[in-house]
Design a protein around this ligand. Structure first.
Ligand code: SF4
Ligand code: SF4
Length: 119
């Protein structure tokens, strides 16, 4: 997921399939675009499974990423928007560096990298 509260991604009713799984998404979430298209914050990738960075940070390999954040009309990465919310040990002076690191790690702004079928 590119550019997203803690646990608020189960409040929706719409669903989408990803890798033969059903993931719950907010009813107002945009449809998943094709891979390579600009990320629209549909949330499918991060609802399906944590990205490599999230696997390290949250120590989980399955399920919806705890950092997936519903922003009112799209999902966003909470680790990118507010790293201090998830990295409690992060000093205030390290926030900027953390944002840059997360953006690079999750390839923010590089387009959709999810192979899940468009919806
Ligand atoms: S850390 Fe961000 S990009 Fe990675 S799975 Fe979680 S919400 Fe998505
Ligand atoms: S990377 Fe793709 S699947 Fe993930 S939120 Fe963006 S558009 Fe949706």
């Amino acid at each position: 997921m590119k550019p997203g509260r803690g646990d608020g991604n189960e409040d929706g009713v719409a669903s989408a399939t990803a890798a033969a799984r059903i993931v719950l998404l907010h009813a107002a979430a945009p449809p998943k675009p094709p891979a390579g298209a600009p990320c629209n914050g549909c949330g499918v990738c991060c609802a399906a499974e944590p990205c490599p960075l999230a696997m390290i940070v949250f120590r989980r390999r399955y399920g919806t990423c705890p950092a997936l954040d519903w922003q009112g009309e799209r999902y966003a990465c909470g680790l990118l928007l507010a790293p201090e919310r998830h990295l409690r040990w992060l000093p205030r002076c390290g926030r900027r560096l953390a944002v840059r690191f997360v953006a690079r790690w999750i390839a923010a702004g590089r387009g959709c990298d999810s192979g899940a079928p468009p919806s």
